[in-house]
Design a binder for this molecule. Structure first.
Ligand code: GRF
Length: 203
């Protein structure tokens, strides 16, 4: 069974959706560790309540490299197969990315490469996009940039504000993340250049 490491900094609704998909048997994986850089993240409290191995590794007073070294050590000792960033609000150092080649994935609330970075839903609204959505992608050394595993589209409505649009995107995120995790851990896809393609046996 694939062992997941989840990194989060806040609410943790994507983590909870993954945990729910595992609990219902829809996603065949186990959560080996949940790590937060913030002790007050609601997501880490939920992880504790669910009896998962939940660890807070604060970044205060540490360089990015020193903080990442602690996270890498925790993930390695939990023997994770795949790392899922789920609202983890820190940039990963190159050493972190290199420690887990093609083993770190992220979810972003836009159709990348449109609207990378913070407040992607607000960016989409202000730009006047008619379609936005969410993207699950492999993490490389650039922000919101690595090979795309899957995307789900969401229509932008004239009456949308950030909150209504974010809620509809989040609904799709909760489905997309577990679907993408299953594709990766089951070997259903492979990275070719910056593209993710179905594995030969899936075609
Ligand atoms: C989500 O919108 C995700 O796409 C982005 O950060 C947000 C995290 O939300 N990376 P949650 O903590 O999973 O509820």
């Amino acid at each position: 069974m694939a062992r997941l490491g989840i990194l989060l900094s806040g609410r943790g609704s994507n983590f909870i959706a993954i945990a729910d998909h595992i609990a219902s048997g829809k996603l065949k994986a186990e959560i080996a560790i949940v790590i937060s850089n913030r002790g007050d993240a609601p997501g880490i409290e939920v992880a504790r309540q669910r009896g998962l191995h939940a660890v807070v590794i604060p970044s205060k007073g540490l360089t990015r490299e020193a903080h990442d070294a602690q996270i890498i050590a925790a993930l390695q000792s939990a023997k994770v197969d795949l790392i899922c960033l789920a609202g983890y609000m820190r940039l990963l150092s190159p050493a972190f990315v290199r420690a887990f080649p093609q083993r770190i994935i992220n979810i972003h609330p836009s159709l990348l490469p449109a609207f990378p970075g913070l407040e992607a839903q607000k960016q989409a609204l202000e730009y006047g996009a008619k379609i936005t959505g969410c993207t699950v992608h492999f993490v490389d050394e650039d922000l919101d940039h690595g090979p795309i595993i899957l995307q789900r589209a969401v229509q932008v409505l004239d009456e949308d504000d950030v909150s209504s649009l974010s809620a509809r995107i989040l609904h799709e995120e909760h489905l997309a993340y577990s679907e993408a995790i299953a594709m990766v851990i089951n070997g259903d896809c492979e990275i070719r250049g910056r593209c993710v393609k179905k594995s030969p046996r899936q075609r």
